[in-house]
Ligand binder design. Structure first.
Ligand code: NAD
Ligand code: TYD
Length: 349
């Protein structure tokens, strides 16, 4: 049985990756290591818990002695590393926790793999990263795998540093690695601090919809299950030492997405057309706000045969339906420290 460690499996993307791997590969033993921070939630994996090839371990990737023992006790064949602090706005409030988890935590995992993998053939350290490491685009052009790194937020700088560490372990110690850099994901189980779930939740509760600046920033949106499928393909077919960009070929200005959501949700909530859009409130821009992200994912398409499967409006419809059917999930995960964060982030904007 192949033993795979997935870090951050209780988070948004991680839970989709765990679900895909545990169901699709009954001969893999999947261990999900997660510290269960505010963003991690075992409720995301209720359907997976019953599978005999899945187990959960609570633990922190920044705890070096714990990680060293954990690797020594478990003979992992591969790591898929998703655990991270992931929200740009939080990185502006508290950069050091991003340095700790994303840089130090990744370094500790790499070191444990290096120390424990005497025979490196058939091993793999797969690092899941973001397109934000490339910086910000003007009105034209795309990020390719050759685009120089130019991270501009504490979040993206910490992810860029972790990507560099991964490649350094490959070049220096021959650690078999692969990295993917993905655009903005959306779908079920997305923590409601991020744009789409935040807007959906606020529309449901008729709360103001805080659009940063003029709402003209552009993001490239990808259905989270398509990202999980890309990770599956890259994990199995990716060339070691290579990077792969993953994206939706699906660019939207923030304000256009918010209008689209309002229109779709007016219909679903039996509101008069235009009612939800009245909640749109332009607020002070994010510091250092990156203007545009757009991924060129043709390498992944050409070399490994992956492409996104779902049209954006179909994915949005499914996402909205999931949030409407799971209001209890949202209230539970937003009931703790999130209220304080929300106040701090939005009350004075
Ligand atoms: P998330 O914030 O939803 O989940 C992160 C998970 O990591 C949580 O379960 C959390 O408990 C866990 N975690 C945090 N610190 C930890 C620690 N010290 N030890 C162990 N576990 C810890 O994040 P996400 O949106 O699912 O992103 C997952 C990964 O994908 C991240 O590495 C992120 O940089 C990357 N990524 C995200 C996006 C996106 O659109 N969300 C896009 C591209 C890449
Ligand atoms: P976000 O979901 O935080 O992802 P990222 O910053 O990693 O791309 O934000 C997506 C876009 O939406 C980004 O341009 C910032 C903007 N935004 C708002 O306008 N209002 C909000 O309340 C949030 C959270 C984001």
């Amino acid at each position: 049985m192949k033993k795979i460690l997935i870090t951050g499996g209780a988070g948004f993307i991680g839970s989709h990756v765990v679900r895909l791997f545990a169901n699709k590969y009954p001969d893999y033993l999947i261990t999900n290591l997660d510290a269960l921070t505010y963003a991690g939630n075992l409720e995301n994996l209720k359907d997976v818990e019953l599978l005999s090839n899945y187990k959960f371990v609570k633990g922190d990737i920044t705890d070096e002695s714990f990680i060293d023992n954990f690797f020594a006790e478990n003979d992992f064949d591969a790591v898929i590393h998703l655990a991270a602090e992931s929200h740009v706005d939080r990185s502006i409030l508290d950069p050091m926790s991003f340095v700790k988890t994303n840089v130090l935590g990744t370094g500790i995992l790499l070191n444990a793999a290096k120390k424990n993998w005497d025979d490196k053939s058939n091993k793999l350290f797969y690092h899941v990263s973001t397109d934000e490491v490339y910086g910000s685009l003007g009105e034209t052009g795309f990020f390719t795998e050759e685009t120089p790194y130019d991270p501009r937020s504490p979040y993206s700088a910490s992810k860029a540093a972790s990507d560099h560490l991964v490649m350094a372990y490959h070049h220096t110690y021959d650690l078999p690695v692969v990295i993917s850099n993905c655009s903005n994901n959306y779908g079920s189980h997305h923590f409601p601090e991020k744009l789409l779930p935040l807007m959906i939740n606020n529309i449901i509760h008729s709360k103001p919809l805080p659009v940063y600046g003029k709402g003209e920033n552009v993001r490239d949106w990808l259905w989270v299950e398509d990202h999980a499928k890309a990770i599956d393909v890259i994990f199995h077919k990716g060339v070691h030492g290579e990077k792969y960009n993953v994206g939706g070929f699906n660019e939207w200005k923030n304000i256009d997405i918010v209008h689209l959501l309002c229109k779709m949700m007016d219909r679903k909530l039996n509101r008069v057309d235009g009612e939800s859009a009245k909640l749109i409130t332009y607020v002070k821009d994010r510091a250092g706000h990156d203007m545009r992200y757009a991924i060129d994912a043709t390498k992944l398409q050409r070399e490994l045969g992956w492409k996104p499967s779902l049209q954006f409006e179909e994915g949005l419809e499914k996402t909205i339906d999931w949030y409407l059917a799971n209001k209890d999930w949202v209230s539970r995960i937003t009931s703790g420290s999130y209220q304080q964060y929300y106040e701090q982030q939005y009350s004075k904007r």
